[in-house]
Design a protein around this ligand. Structure first.
Ligand SMILES: C[S@@+](CC[C@H](N)C(=O)[O-])C[C@H]1O[C@@H](n2cnc3c(N)ncnc32)[C@H](O)[C@@H]1O
Length: 304
C-alpha cells in the first residue's frame, strides 16, 4: 500500500462495507459443496481485524483447514489465542533480516525483531509448519537469501522464495527486477547440500528442496518464470465481498447481494459454481506487453 496513494487523507472503506464474520462464513459454507477444503485468511493485514479468533473458530466449525498470512507485526500477542481457536498454520512475510533493507521494503518502522518474535510465538503455539514468504527483488534484497536460509535452518520454519510479480498497478514492476527461482536455487546449491522433494498435490504452488542433513526445507514459488495457472485452484474473496477468480483479475464478482438478499445457501453455492466454471484466467501464462496494460486488482485488496 504505497504511502503516495494510501496516505493519511486516503478514504478507506467504512467498517460497514466489510463482510461480517457471518457473511464470510456463509460464503465458505456455500463453497464447501463445490469442493472447498482450505481457507487462507490474508489481507491487507488480517491481524488488524478485531476478534479474528472468532472467525477462525467459526470456520473450523465447518471442517475446513484454516491458514493465515501475516506480516507478523501483531502475531506475538495473538498466536496463542489463534491456535486455541483452531488455526492450523501461519505464513509470515519477511523479505529481509537486515534492518535497513526490511525498513525500506516494508516502508515501516516495525523492527525485524518484532517479526521474529511473532514467528517464534507461532512455533511455540504449534501453528506448524510455519512458513516465511520472501519476495526477492534484483538489487534490493538478493543479499538476504543466504542469511534467511541460515536463520531458519534447523528451526522447523520453511523459507519460501517467491518471484516478484506484476500484481496490481502500484508496485512499478519491471521484468528486470525479477530474480528467477532457478538463479536462487543455483546460488544456494553452491552453499548447501539440497535434494528435491516430490510434490504431493498438483496444486502445490511451491517446489520444495530439503537440506540433506535433515535440518529443514526451502520452497520456491516461480509464478513468473514457471507459471502454474493450469493447476491453480484458488478463489479469492475481498473484504467487501467480491469473488476474484485470479490474482490478476480486475473487478471481481460482487457476492454481497446474493449473500444478503436470499439467505439461501444453495443459491449462493450455485452462483459461485457458475462463476468458477466459466473461469478461463491464465494471466501468468499469457503475460505480455498487451496483457500488462489490462486493469488489475491491487494485492492489498485480495492478499496474494
Ligand atoms: C499481500 S500480503 C498480505 C498479507 C499480509 N499483510 C502480509 O504481509 O503477509 C501476502 C503475500 O503476498 C506477497 N507479495 C506481495 N507483493 C508481491 C509481489 N509483487 N510478488 C510476489 N509476492 C508478493 C507477500 O510477500 C506476502 O507473503
Amino acid at each position: 500500500m504505497p504511502r503516495e496513494r494510501f496516505g493519511e487523507d486516503h478514504t478507506f472503506l467504512p467498517r460497514r462495507a466489510y463482510l461480517s464474520f457471518d457473511e464470510i462464513q456463509k460464503v465458505v459454507d456455500a463453497c464447501k459443496p463445490v469442493g472447498l477444503e482450505k481457507v487462507r485468511i490474508t489481507g491487507g493485514e488480517p491481524l488488524l481485524r478485531p476478534n479474528l479468533e472468532e472467525l477462525v473458530s467459526s470456520l473450523k466449525g465447518s471442517g475446513v483447514e484454516v491458514a493465515l498470512t501475516t506480516n507478523a507485526s501483531l502475531l506475538a500477542g495473538q498466536a496463542e489465542r489463534l491456535a486455541e481457536a483452531g488455526l492450523d498454520r501461519v505464513t509470515v512475510s519477511l523479505d529481509a533480516l537486515d534492518p535497513k533493507t526490511h525498513a525500506q521494503m516494508t516502508d515501516s518502522s516495525i523492527p525485524v525483531e518484532t517479526v521474529l518474535d511473532g514467528i517464534d510465538a507461532a512455533v511455540s503455539a504449534g501453528l506448524s509448519p510455519v512458513k516465511v514468504n520472501c519476495v526477492i527483488q534484483k538489487g534490493v534484497n538478493e543479499d538476504q537469501v543466504v542469511p534467511l536460509v541460515e536463520r531458519f535452518r534447523g528451526t522447523g520454519v520453511t523459507v519460501r522464495f517467491i518471484e516478484y510479480m506484476d500484481v496490481g498497478r502500484t508496485n512499478g514492476w519491471q521484468l528486470a527486477q525479477v530474480v528467477p527461482s532457478a538463479d536462487i536455487l543455483d546460488f544456494l546449491q553452491k552453499r548447501f547440500d539440497l535434494t528435491p522433494i516430490d510434490p504431493i498435490n498438483p496444486s502445490d504452488v511451491a517446489r520444495r528442496w530439503a537440506h540433506s542433513d535433515g535440518s529443514g526445507e526451502i520452497g520456491f514459488i516461480s509464478s513468473v518464470s514457471k507459471p502454474f495457472c493450469g493447476d491453480c485452484v484458488r478463489a479469492r474473496l475481498s473484504a467487501d465481498g467480491r469473488l476474484h477468480t485470479c490474482l490478476f483479475s480486475s473487478g471481481g464478482h460482487d457476492l454481497r447481494a446474493i449473500i444478503n438478499n436470499d439467505g439461501n445457501e444453495q443459491t449462493l453455492s450455485d452462483a459461485i459454481a457458475a462463476i468458477w466454471s466459466r473461469r478461463d484466467d491464465r494471466y501468468s501464462e499469457i503475460r505480455s506487453l498487451e496483457t500488462s496494460v489490462l486493469p488489475r486488482v491491487e494485492m492489498s485488496y485480495i492478499g496474494g
